[in-house]
Design a protein around this ligand. Structure first.
Ligand code: NBY
Length: 814
């Protein structure tokens, strides 16, 4: 939009006064933030309203991305960049004696997600709008996002994330678009006008009230919508009779119980067995979202039989799987279509992404729970299952009588949500080549054989606008200076940087930028936690959820072994190295929590030991999340992507780090394999078992972790350090970690991969010594990162699955 500095200053001062009731001199930082947010939102309004009018007018096919999680982070600066007003606003604020940096720190992170899956949804929102796809998000407006983590005495302690306590400037409440969601009750069946009719009776009713947040595309005038539903008791004067009888407690506890649905995000990044409230959350937003879509579709006057031609509904993992039976219910019970018609529309509308191969993370719900909470939905699932079984029985009962049971949607008293998604959708995709291949050839093989062509791959991506353009302004400017700014719209043109591959001046500047970013991060860390780190050391970074398969344990054991070597030989020629960890553990995941304590205990030992602390430093960054990531990533030298091969579906942190010039230490897992293909084997440090080897060892039980422990003295001493009193803890402190490695035969092959990890670490350090070589490696990583932009991912989804129109801009169609 057109905006000049004077106009902005005038608008802003007026807005600040109106919002805070105070003049500039008396305003708090929060007042300043709130006024700025509200003004920026207003600047966006015409485009936002215009976009939705244009979509309606054009009868556009639209995409609805259903996700339990949207890990958006802060929005202010992103919005200003998208609207092209960043510089003007920054200048205007400076003129007024204010600092944009300080003001933007007052914004709370929108932390409505656990990790990669939720962040992916947020990147997709940005890319859909920027690429010009009519695509919207549907989810839950949790009152509390992912817990805030504090490290107290080395332990993770969780605190509630009250992100809404000072209101959210971006959202708009839409009470007129509220819908009812029904739970429990019973189903009455009738035969009316020659067809079976189903009525739900005596249900508990919850109002789903949408709050809309604008999602602006990058300087294209398109503004899509993220719609999050909040649960409210039916009417504000819910039970007036009870209230006037003085029955306050009952009335309020019912209201409280209803509103609990959108109270808090479950903090597990893997499936945690069968909590009723979680199932309520899943049905709540799916039913609300579908009713909203149905309502506006019907308003358009288009025939219901064409529903799938105008609506593409994507489900982010199995959490929104109930979209399948819910859409069937709406089409049959409300719109009066028959089963076959409804099934055709449903399967052609819905597509599904799988994000995991871990068996324990596959979502399943006990039949009795599903039946009593959602009786009509369960009936429909039973019927889908019955019809599907009929076909697989007929096909397989002679060749392989067990196959049809294996593929069933309902089995062993449980509803298998992934099976429901596969059967009820027209596309099933994994999130990296290896992951998609393992789904098709191993984990979901019978389905891939049954449904030729349904399975496909869509390698993840990240929005290069947030993760490079906005969070690393120095590097962005250096790139633009060399190749122009086309990469902002066409990220694959970052490839043109390759011509600077052996340009000493360019590479030197690249390293100077990295150095400056390292200084910035060390200042940030010092300011936020009091910890000092040395910008001349290597920043070696592992940031992701804490999980055994991600193997933070391998990293810390290697650090412990380096410590032991240095203690023996203090003159060991090592480049000073700072190991940074950032990770939240699920509150109930004890092994993960012990790992956090272990990292902190090792840090305490090393950082205080004069023999080693010039060369080694271990830092655990508290409360890792989107904003912390934006500070760390531009400063990274080494990116640790060391999951057990086959376990990490894709990874997206790996992409963010390479795009900022970090070099990856990697197993051949997830998207690391595609990073390798992009940069070539000389620009990445590979180690460890392959996925195939991991499968083989697991299948033939030939791996013996204890033998490695016995035969590798250095590793053995590192492991024993957990219990021998070297660390300032009781010998039982790390009981679960030790026993997972030694008593339970190390399910994630930490010991098996240790030696090859230690070797590659040595090679990485040697490479770092050679500044020229390292800077060229870094450049190649940046240059080849364009394919990991979520713009590419979104274009792939749209080309192969959603098939929505792509708009350059909507300006002309208004
Ligand atoms: O999704 C992650 C994968 O581990 C990662 O490899 C991939 O890059 C990313 C995006 O595709 N999965 C993930 O983040 N999963 C969750 O956060 C999650 C959250 C909740 C539940 C399960 C998984 N749950 O069942 O409640």
């Amino acid at each position: 939009m057109e905006l000049n500095v004077n106009q902005f200053k005038k608008d802003y001062l007026r807005r600040l006064k109106a919002k805070s009731g105070r003049p500039l001199e008396e305003s708090t930082v929060w007042d300043q933030y709130h006024a700025l947010g509200s003004l920026i939102k207003e600047y966006m309004t015409d485009d936002w309203v215009g976009t939705s009018i244009a979509y309606n007018k054009l009868d556009t096919r639209q995409v609805f991305y259903f996700s339990m999680e949207f890990l958006t982070g802060k929005l202010l600066c992103d919005y200003m960049h998208a609207m092209g007003v960043f510089e003007v606003v920054e200048q205007g604020l400076t003129d007024l004696g204010l600092s944009l940096e300080t003001i933007s720190e007052a914004e709370r992170d929108q932390g409505l997600g656990n990790g990669g899956l939720g962040r992916l949804a947020a990147c997709f929102m940005d890319s859909m709008a920027s690429v010009g796809i009519p695509g919207h998000g549907i989810g839950i407006r949790f009152n509390f996002g992912l817990f805030e983590q504090k490290i107290i005495n080395g332990y993770q302690v969780e605190f509630p994330d009250r992100w809404l306590e000072n209101r959210n400037v971006w959202e708009v409440k839409m009470p007129d678009k509220a819908v009812e969601v029904h739970f429990g009750g019973s189903v009455r069946q009738d035969y009316i006008g020659g067809r079976n009719v189903f009525f739900l009776e005596n249900t508990e009713v919850v109002m789903a009230v949408p709050y809309d947040t604008p999602i602006p595309g990058y300087q294209n005038g398109i503004v899509n919508t993220l719609r999050l539903y909040s649960a409210e008791a039916k009417t504000p004067d819910f039970d007036l009779a009870g209230f006037s009888r003085g029955d306050y407690n009952r009335v309020f506890s019912e209201k409280y119980a209803v509103e609990a649905i959108s109270q808090v995000l479950y903090p597990d990044d893997a499936y945690e067995n069968g909590r009723l409230l979680r199932l309520k959350q899943e049905y709540f937003f799916v039913s609300a979202g579908l009713q909203g879509i149905m309502r506006s579709f019907k308003r358009s006057g288009l025939p219901i039989r064409d529903f799938h031609k105008y609506n593409a509904i994507h489900i982010n993992d199995t959490h929104p799987a109930l979209a399948i039976p819910e859409l069937m219910r709406l089409l049959m019970d409300i719109e009066e279509l028959n089963w076959e018609e409804a099934w055709k529309i449903t399967t052609q509308t819905i597509s599904y992404t799988n994000h995991t191969l871990l068996h324990e993370a596959m979502e399943k719900w006990p039949v009795d729970v599903m039946k009593s909470l959602l009786p009509r939905i369960f009936m429909i699932i039973e019927e889908i299952d019955r019809r599907f079984n009929q076909i697989t029985e007929r096909l397989y009962h002679q060749v392989d009588p067990r196959r049809s049971q294996q593929m069933a949607i309902i089995g062993d008293g449980q509803v298998r949500m992934a099976h429901l998604c596969i059967v009820g959708s027209h596309s099933v995709n994994g999130v990296a080549k290896l992951h998609s291949e393992l789904l098709a050839t191993k984990e979901l093989k019978p389905f891939n054989e049954f449904y030729a062509g349904k399975f496909n791959n869509k390698t993840n991506g990240i929005t290069h606008r947030r993760w490079l353009l906005h969070s690393n302004p120095r590097l962005s400017a250096h790139i633009t200076e060399a190749i122009g700014d086309e990469w902002i719209k066409e990220p694959e043109s970052l490839g043109r940087l390759m011509k600077y591959h052996s340009d000493p001046a360019y590479l030197e500047k690249l390293m100077a930028i990295k150095r400056a970013n390292k200084v910035d991060f060390s200042n940030y860390l010092h300011k936020t936690s009091g910890v000092s780190i040395d910008p001349d050391s290597i920043y070696d970074i592992q940031i992701k959820r804490l999980h055994e398969y991600k193997r933070q344990t391998l990293n810390i054991l290697h650090i412990m072994s380096m410590y032991l070597r240095l203690k023996e030989d203090p003159d060991l020629d090592l480049i000073p190295r700072t190991f940074l960890f950032g990770a939240k553990a699920a509150p109930g995941y004890q092994t993960a929590k012990q790992t956090i304590k272990l990292i902190n205990a090792v840090g305490d030992l090393i950082n205080a030991d004069k023999d080693v602390n010039e060369k080694l430093k271990v830092v655990f960054v508290e409360n890792y999340g989107v904003t912390v990531a934006e500070h760390i990533i531009p400063s990274a030298d080494i990116s640790e992507q060391i999951s057990t091969a086959s376990k990490e579906a894709s990874g997206t942190g790996n992409m963010k780090l390479m795009m900022n010039g970090a070099v990856t230490v990697a197993t051949l897992d997830g998207a690391n394999i595609e990073i390798l293909e992009a940069v070539g084997k000389d620009n990445i440090f590979l180690f460890g078992l392959t996925a195939e080897e991991v499968y083989r060892y697991t299948e033939n039980h030939s791996y013996k972790a204890f033998e490695i422990y016995q035969n590798n003295p250095l590793l053995r001493r590192a492991i024993d350090m957990m219990t021998d009193g070297t660390l300032n803890v009781s010998p039982e402190e790390f009981y679960l970690i030790r026993s997972a490695l030694l008593d339970h035969n190390d399910a994630f092959f930490v010991l098996k991969d240790f030696e090859s990890y230690a070797n590659i670490q040595k090679k990485a350090c040697e490479a770092y010594r050679d500044k020229k070589r390292w800077s060229a490696m870094s450049l190649v990583n940046i240059a080849k990162s364009g394919i990991f932009s979520s713009d590419r991912t979104i274009r792939d989804y749209n080309r192969d699955i959603w098939k929505a129109p792509v708009f350059e801009t909507l300006k002309g169609s208004l």
